[in-house]
Design a protein around this ligand. Structure first.
Ligand SMILES: Nc1nc2c(ncn2[C@@H]2O[C@H](COP(=O)(O)OP(=O)(O)OP(=O)(O)O)[C@@H](O)[C@H]2O)c(=O)[nH]1
Ligand SMILES: [Mg+2]
Length: 252
């Protein structure tokens, strides 16, 4: 049974590029991966999807047919995608592969916060893992990091599947930035101190939120990866293998 590996993150965080590069990485290791595009609004993609949601639901067609603007149409599309879940699953079952790499819509709330998406993830397979991409530019300030951490936490809360955060596009960050973000992810005292040092008017709210993060036990190591260099992609593979196969490698 294949693994369904979803890439989610805020707009422009690098989901599509990572989907493409992770597929190339898997090809190089001799593992079989199939790309599924779940973004009905994608205009051009840097990869050729093996399964493409636009064959069932297209944003531009929904806008035209129902006279909706782009946001209203995205919401309609999210529900239509879920209604087509069994059909999509049937097509996925025709492929023999180790992983399905699933690229998700730019506006992540359409995927993450729609009830239909939870059903979709369930229908598409029993072995699912979500990789949450932390945008590097937002993450490098304590304030932005707390906001993204909470977004990651609330996404995790929406799906009952293993969840694996990564700092994406880490080639855009200095070693010091990466070190800071990783410290904040693992140690709430470090984050607390960084927020106080940043000293914005929202510091008090941030400190309360950090307490929440601590109480929920959300702290964890956040590996730094880059799709363009590329580096760190094997960390995602290792997380998947640890979650589902006790850390054993796939048979190439
Ligand atoms: N430096 C750098 N740039 C990257 C990397 N990955 C993606 N990008 C760039 O970031 C921009 C957004 O990348 P996408 O892969 O389209 O991001 P996305 O999350 O799929 O975007 P939406 O679907 O529109 O939300 C593009 O200009 C990419 O070339 C990376 O690892 N490093
Ligand atoms: Mg994209």
């Amino acid at each position: 049974m294949a693994v369904n590996l979803y890439f989610i993150g805020t707009a422009g965080s690098g989901k599509t590029t990572l989907t493409k590069e992770f597929k190339l990485w898997m090809d190089r290791q001799g593992y079989q991966a199939v790309i599924v595009n779940l973004d009905p609004g994608a205009e051009s993609l840097p990869y050729e999807p093996d399964i493409d949601i636009r064959d069932w639901v297209s944003l531009s067609a929904v806008m035209e047919e129902y006279g909706l603007g782009p946001n209203g149409a995205q919401i309609a599309c999210a529900d239509m995608i879920a209604m087509n879940a069994l059909e999509i699953k049937k097509v996925m079952d025709e492929f023999e592969c180790h992983y399905f790499l699933i690229d998700t819509p730019g506006q992540m709330e359409l995927f993450t916060f729609r009830r239909a998406s939870r059903e979709l993830v369930r229908t598409l397979g029993d072995r699912s893992l979500i990789t949450f991409l932390f945008d590097p530019i937002i993450s490098k300030h304590p304030n932005g990091f707390v906001s993204l951490f909470l977004l990651a936490g609330s996404s995790q809360f929406r799906f009952d599947v293993p969840f694996f955060p990564v700092i994406s596009k880490a080639d855009m960050l200095s070693d010091k930035d990466i070190e800071n973000i990783q410290k904040w992810g693992e140690d709430h005292w470090e984050l607390d101190t960084a927020l106080r040092d940043e000293g914005t008017t929202e510091t008090q709210i941030g400190l309360e939120l950090v307490k929440g993060i601590q109480n929920l036990g959300l702290q964890q190591k956040i590996p730094a990866i880059s799709a363009s260099e590329p580096f760190g992609l094997e960390e995602i593979y290792t997380a998947v293998q640890d979650s589902f196969f006790g850390g054993d490698d796939l048979e190439a």
